[in-house]
Design a protein around this ligand. Sequence first.
Ligand code: ATP
Ligand code: MG
Ligand code: MG
Ligand code: MG
Length: 439
Amino acid sequence: MRLSRYFLPILKETPREAEIVSHRLMLRAGMIRQQGQGSFSWLPLGKKVLDKVCQIIREEQNRAGALEIMMPTIQSADLWRESGRYDAYGKEMLRIKDRHERDMLYGPTNEEMVTDIFRTYVKSYKDLPLNLYHIQWKYRDEVRPRFGVMRSREFLMKDAYSFDIDFEGAKAAYYRMFVSYLRTFERVGMKAIPMKADTGPIGGDLSHEFIILADTGESGVFCHRDYLTMAVPGADTDFTDDAAIANIVQHWTTPYAATDEMHDEAAWNEVPTDSQVAARGIEVGHIFHFGEKYSKPLGAKVQGPDGKDHFVSMGSYGIGPSRLIAAIIEASHDDNGIIWPEAVAPFDVVIINMKAGDAECDRVCEDLYAAHEAAGLDVLYDDTDQRAGGKFATADLIGIPWQVIVGPRGVAEGAVEVKRRATGERDVKTITDLKAALG
Ligand code: ATP
Ligand code: MG
Ligand code: MG
Ligand code: MG
């Protein structure tokens, strides 16, 4: 992508309305534009990151056996009347009437709708286990939308829903999602710690929030230091092996970890003081087993091996990709801007032409641009006529992991500089070597 043909509305000034660093940087880097209270457009740079994050989530959902579908954002109130939640949900639900005066709503979540799909088609235990997910916009009329896309009213969610014949099956489904989440957050370059979360009237211990530690987080959290160094299961994890998956979950739930809602002082005091991490955290994911809460009122049942009908046991599993992106920035930035983990960076590399218009600089840049593209890399070429200082500032602000800096002096000697955004390290490389390394 040539920057001269891109749409990257960088802000010079720090936006005053933005209270936290991720919100400021997303606005300054031209990733998002606020359209109203808690509502944001994603501009090209932001949309690229959003797509990369969603693709990783999708791959890890699929790996764990979930199947992608797509449900509408606008739902009929009748379905929610069946579950009893139309009245129970409260003011966070945006209620709408269509031209026939029918009650509609903008979905804050999809348990009812997915259960309706299930009850329509699935009648036998032989079709289980089943886990359906989608990545779709949600609307919640938050009391206090704030911090940009961290807590907005319209936001993207990956929500998955599992259906099983009994509790044992539902537990195995929950465990698969637990491990899938460990892998997902690791792949986007983050350490997210699964913490015991409230199960309310459902009871049991099958509810975990995945928390990224950050000073600006809205939850107080308590965990054992071991979590900071625990190795996440690899891509070869066998999601069909229930015992192996259960072992991983066992390992990841043994050290103490709880949000303030679930904090247990007695258990906490058993953690050695030098291993206690009391911090703030951001909820980026939440998995929850709720059994027959929706299958019963909505009549979602299957015939079991015993010939009898059983209400299915369900769970739901959410990740907020838009909030996750803000959390990544909270965890990975410096005074100059964003530092993207490579897996979610909008571009892999930016080529900076320090003297656009200079025949040699232009020639080398074009050559390197083509070579990077041919190597399958996502490359941004800053071919604009801005001064070099401004280009460096932009490259640092938008956080591209690698910068290839092309200036007249280096080019005269057949060399360019390669800078790593994360560390600021610079290496002089000959153009020949750089191209050879691209293969
Ligand atoms: P919170 O406690 O922050 O209000 P929640 O518990 O209401 O979140 P869930 O219903 O568990 O959220 O939804 C699953 C995921 O969706 C959350 O873990 C979070 O990543 C994301 N999410 C929820 N609300 C928002 C929001 N207003 N803006 C952005 N992402 C959100
Ligand atoms: Mg909420
Ligand atoms: Mg919550
Ligand atoms: Mg939650």
